[in-house]
Write a protein that binds this ligand. Structure first.
Ligand code: NAD
Ligand code: G6P
Ligand code: MN
Length: 443
């Protein structure tokens, strides 16, 4: 049986150890002969690599492990590139969150002005990975979950139209796990869903069990009372902080706006921005929480493992919910025709929506990549919201491409989260100042 070679970029991500442990747990379904780490920050990656090398040696010594900052070493002889880079690191996420808050506007990693600023940083970094992959392993596939996925996806569609890139997100997976638990199922894999939207901006329209029984009424009953909160909370490491618990509970209010569908959690930022600002602490945002929490824990544990020379007794956890990435790689490698939610060019999947938009819809995935399933026509409410949001995303990519200050200002102005063009300009000027090192020069 063929064994695969994987490169993970950035190797220095807080998610890398969880992904490696997940890959090691899934070797029977997805055999691996080589894991490479690539990052442009050697010192950060090395700490994760030193621990992962020990973990791999102890659990699967047959796997060849390489950590490098050299593109050729990283990208030659690979079948899959799993990409989760963060251009500008948490220091810049903190700016993305705090600058809008100074103006009373939502400060968030991927939504509104923060997401736009992050998009302007990410596009170049992600395109560089695509180009390395195509230069050194032209047959490989890039599975990208670097954020902001919506903007990154639009940039790859427009600027690398023929490249083998699939953009993915774990939020629908996480929400579906909660839905499944709320109706007494063991796993989201016992459900088949219809869904449409943009990344971090979508709705479920139909959810059935494997026999075809409609689960929507029961799930709606739960969401109407509790949002996506559960009585017995799910055991997973990332989405258990109080701020995430708040997000899951808030889905109740988001659901109330359109009880025909079930919403993605992130719609709270667009439908209730003032509520988010009201309980935000402008001095201590999610970036601070993550730096003090996940980052500290992961790097602390990795350094401890490296020093001890063994992974015995480690507290790093398998990122089991990231196994959808293995499902995706397997679908391509083994032509499994698995049904998965992916971010793909619309091209008619949502009938009454811009065919050039990057949308999130169920796809059948095989050796030739994803084939989107048509979701029919969408209602006026969602269509209106999506047209506005997709225009923001397209304007950001145009601004990046053309170096246009004007288009970026328009993008911020069009974002539902920003009250008017003047506030948009004030925020933009602060973001511009903070991002000089990362954004293209704007005229
Ligand atoms: P992190 O800062 O811990 O890790 C990112 C790594 O990328 C760092 O080691 C950094 O040095 C490296 N990097 C930055 N620019 C690079 C470049 N141009 N080339 C190579 N390496 C580069 O961040 P994190 O919190 O672990 O998150 C990583 C990414 O994964 C983020 O974009 C995050 O939003 C994303 N993410 C996405 C999903 C999803 O659902 N799509 C889920 C989880 C995380
Ligand atoms: C969800 C989203 C990701 C996002 C992450 C942020 O998983 O789907 O796109 O990056 O949340 O989580 P964090 O713990 O970094 O705030
Ligand atoms: Mn996501």
């Amino acid at each position: 049986m063929k064994k695969f070679s994987i490169v993970i970029a950035g190797g220095g991500s807080t998610f890398t150890p969880g992904i490696v442990l997940m890959l090691l747990d899934n070797l029977e379904r997805f055999p691996i002969r080589q894991i490479k780490f690539y990052d442009n920050l050697e010192e950060r990656q090395q700490q994760i690599a030193d621990a992962c090398e020990i973990i791999i040696r102890e659990r699967a010594p047959e796997i060849n492990f390489v950590a490098t900052t050299d593109p050729q070493t990283a990208f030659e002889d690979v079948d899959f590139l799993m990409a989760h880079i963060r251009v500008g690191l948490y220091a810049m996420r903190e700016q993305d969150e705090k600058i809008p808050l100074k103006y009373g506007v939502v400060g968030q990693e991927t939504c509104g002005p923060g997401g736009i600023a992050y998009g302007m940083r990410s596009i170049g970094g992600v395109l560089e990975l695509v180009d390395y992959m195509e230069k050194y392993s032209p047959d490989a596939w890039m599975l990208n979950y670097s954020n902001p996925a919506a903007i990154v996806a639009e940039a790859t569609r427009k600027l690398r139209p023929n490249s083998k890139i699939i953009n993915i997100c774990d939020m629908p997976v996480g929400i579906e796990e909660r839905m499944a638990k709320s109706v007494g199922l063991n796993s989201r894999k016992e459900m088949v869903v219809r869904y449409y939207g943009l990344n971090h901006f979508g709705w479920w329209t139909d959810i059935r069990d494997l026999e075809g029984n409609d689960l929507m009424p029961k799930i709606k009953e739960h969401v109407n009372k509790y949002g996506y909160s559960l009585q017995d909370e799910i055991e997973e490491s990332q989405h258990t902080d109080a701020s995430w618990m708040h997000t899951f509970a808030k889905a109740k209010d988001v659901y109330a706006v359109d009880p025909e569908t079930l919403p993605n959690t992130y719609l709270k930022y667009y439908l209730y921005p003032q509520d988010e600002v009201a309980h935000a602490n402008p001095e201590y945002t999610r970036a601070n929480e993550v730096m003090a929490g996940r980052e500290k824990h992961v790097f602390g544990e990795c350094n401890r493992i490296a020093e001890a020379g063994t992974a015995a007794g480690m507290t790093l956890e398998v990122d089991e919910h990231a196994s959808y990435i293995v499902d995706l790689a397997r679908a391509i490698a083994y032509n499994t025709h698995e049904r998965m939610l992916l971010i793909v060019p619309n091209e008619g999947a949502i009938v009454n929506f811009d065919e050039t938009a990057m949308v999130e819809v169920p796809c059948i995935v095989g050796a030739n990549g994803p084939e989107p399933l048509t979701q029919g026509k969408i209602p006026q409410f969602q269509k209106g919201l999506m047209e506005q949001q997709v225009s923001v995303e397209k304007l950001v990519v145009q601004a990046w491409e053309e170096g246009s200050y004007q288009k970026l200002w328009q993008a911020l102005t069009l974002s539902r989260i920003v009250p008017n063009a003047r506030v948009a300009r004030d925020i933009l000027d602060d973001l511009l100042e903070a991002n000089q090192e990362f954004w293209p020069t704007l005229k």
